[in-house]
Design a protein around this ligand. Sequence first.
Ligand code: NAD
Length: 419
Amino acid sequence: MGIVEEAWERSETERILNYNVDVAAQKINLDNEMRTFLKVPFREIKVQIPLKMDDGRVEIFVGYRVQHNQTRGPMKGSIRYHPQVNLGEIRALAAAMTWKTALIGIPFGGAKGGVTCNPKAMSPGELERLTRFFVTRISDSIGPNVDIPAPDVNTNPQVMAWIMDEYSKRHGYSPAAVTGKPVELGGSAGRMEATGRGVTYLTKRAFKDKKIEIQGARVAVQGIGNVGGVAAKLLADEGCKVIAISDSRGGLYNEGGPNISRVTMHKEETGSLKDYKGADYITNEELLELPCEALIPAAMECVIMEHNAGRLKCAMLVEAANIPTSPEADNILQEKGVYVVPDILANAGGVLVSYFEWAQDLQSAFWEEERVNRKLSKMMLDAYELVKVVSEQNKVTLRTAAYAIAIEKVSKAVRLRGF
Ligand code: NAD
């Protein structure tokens, strides 16, 4: 570890990310100089956001944008609003974007942003003002050729529309400055569903590889947001039995498979899963430990850890959330024979279609959803096959193979351009 790395604020998420990078870097004999270069972010921005609340008070929020690496292209990564957002977490998620974009083969580097806030306790007006203020503070450091935000936990196409508008006020009409926008403003067909759809493609392929019959395969999904909600619906449409799904407060479980469309409607109408009739209400911990063919964490980081990994009863883990599994848990899952499809591969569909959106915006030429989904499917499955081959050839996990491929690509690009 170099002197720079010793000094800074750390998070568990960052420890996990760096561990995964180190294991892969070791496998490809990456020298220490390059290893340190690839761990230290290009730029970290931390800003104060004084916000006039609806009741007249001024509350001070803190926002972050970490830009990890721009060697292979403009940096790309989403923005989240959550009470637990901190610099270490955002730094780890920014680095994960560098590896994800390299692995899936799109010309971007990695970034991530967030504001520490509780959006559930804020009005739409407060959220709009918060977003616009955050953009004013970072607008000189983002842009179509620099760093392009997108939606994440508790942000959505409306938030992206505000970002696009605020950025455009300063820099001229710039739809390519942000992705995950409404289609009316240059968003791509299929972007909303892209991450969940990509997760579905890979889950189906992994079932096939592991000779698990998709019809009736039991799937448990943690998170009924953009990613988890879409993956659950699409897998149910494919004939899987989605036996459980949750939000931050708890989940629904029914061995027969609760009706996902009805559950989603119930959540939209009541804001909660709790009073849904026709399924048992369980905790998020219980959901993770249900016997099933596929467990899909699609909520937050660090949910599968040393303390609970031994109790998981899934045949495979498809990581739709970023960084959900610790290295200690990973080892336990490996010993149990759980097939783990790692996050930087499993959830890459979102940034992939964000790339399609950016490319469409730059050309002002828009694609039909069928074309988006066809290319999404091909590139996700190609990446999966490549990771599998590298994993088998080198007798390493899919996670180490995925990181090794990505690190090779980025480090080669760094050497070509010069540090
Ligand atoms: P979202 O805000 O739409 O949904 C998040 C879901 O997680 C909600 O259902 C929420 O209730 C639930 N949740 C929040 N805290 C929880 C907790 N402590 N325990 C259990 N559930 C909890 O967010 P999203 O866009 O669906 O993102 C989910 C995950 O997928 C995140 O890890 C995100 O980084 C990752 N991801 C998202 C995208 C994307 O395109 N949106 C792309 C790649 C990865």
